[in-house]
Design a protein around this ligand. Structure first.
Ligand SMILES: C[S@@+](CC[C@H](N)C(=O)[O-])C[C@H]1O[C@@H](n2cnc3c(N)ncnc32)[C@H](O)[C@@H]1O
Length: 295
């Protein structure tokens, strides 16, 4: 039986700890070092979801910060304000709600002030909506696999022209189940083909996104650094594993499968879910983090 629909925000909440652990700390340090001379930072988090990327990075930068979270889903914009507010309160930071889309945080221990507002819009429109030349860094986490190479190229050209740096973490490149089995390579290949299926706006970069992004940034003359970031999902991380099997289930059922592939998929998913229930399945999901700036 197929599983019931799950909420995007529950998934984003579940993955936060894995994202934090996977982030490449050397690349992150390179990004932090790049801004050491700046007293205050203006940052955009594009495709911000529930605010995970901002929640993590706002703690790493020592400067005062002004963030704009650009997210196309209005309900996630709302959730991000609530999540960041709650996170600040749990850490005994001072919180002031300016309006429903805007909060101001103050960290007494480091005397750091952080202002955060959401913008319910497509990240593809930021050139029209925001003064990009006033932004120090545009960052994101787990977003660009959806976009076509052409969309990314046009978008990044405008960013680099505005002399803005770019930090993209957790760009999916592949995955591996432990233990592996006879069908697992085919199932993962089909899943990755689904990421690159034809959509209204074209074919997404999918698992090639990090390579294409890096190449495009270099061709556009940006100094580009890239390092691996890996989700290590142990056998006892049942919720995370069920989420990923659910996404594979949904994706593969949208593919034009042969009868034997459909049968194989059903058997394979059943076997994987049983392994998860017995804590016998682990997973590694590979990503690449990228930091680039105009040369
Ligand atoms: C996998 S989630 C990642 C969310 C968040 N960055 C994180 O790390 O938890 C991808 C997010 O990108 C958003 N998104 C996709 N296309 C977008 C677009 N064109 N403009 C703005 N947001 C977009 C989705 O709504 C979703 O919240």
């Amino acid at each position: 039986m197929r599983e019931k629909i799950i909420f995007e925000s529950d998934w984003l909440t579940e993955r936060y700890a894995f994202d934090v652990a996977a982030r490449n700390k050397m690349l992150e340090q390179r990004c932090l070092d790049f801004f050491t001379k700046k007293e205050k930072l203006f940052l955009l988090d594009v495709g911000s979801g529930t605010g995970n990327n901002t929640q993590y990075l706002m703690q790493q930068f020592p400067q005062n910060q002004e963030w704009i979270l650009v997210e196309q889903d209005a309900s996630l914009c709302e959730k991000s304000i609530a999540q960041l507010q709650q996170f600040a309160q749990q850490n005994n930071w001072q919180v002031q709600q300016i309006n429903p889309q805007k909060i101001q945080l103050y960290i007494p221990t480091s005397k750091k002030e952080i202002r955060i507002q959401t913008l319910n819009a497509s990240l593809l429109d930021i050139e029209k909506l925001l003064p990009l030349n006033e932004i120090d860094l545009i960052t994101n986490s787990a977003v660009f696999d959806l976009f076509t190479p052409q969309q990314f190229k046009q978008w990044i050209q405008a960013i680099l022209k505005s002399n803005t740096a770019f930090y993209a973490s957790l760009n999916y490149t592949g995955m591996q189940f432990f233990p592996s089995d006879a069908y697992h390579t085919e199932m993962i290949q089909l899943y990755e083909q689904h990421m690159q299926r034809e959509q209204q706006w074209g074919k997404g970069m999918g698992a090639d996104c990090a390579n294409i992004m890096e190449k495009t940034l270099t061709e556009q003359g940006a100094t580009t650094h890239s390092q691996t970031s890996i989700w290590q999902i142990p056998q006892n991380a049942e919720t995370m594993l069920y989420f990923i099997l659910h996404f594979m289930d949904e994706a593969l059922h949208e593919m034009p499968l042969t009868k034997s592939q459909t049968k194989m998929l059903k058997y394979w998913l059943q076997e994987k879910r049983t392994q998860v229930s017995k804590q016998e399945l682990g997973l590694e999901v590979y990503h690449q983090d990228i930091f680039a700036y105009p040369s």
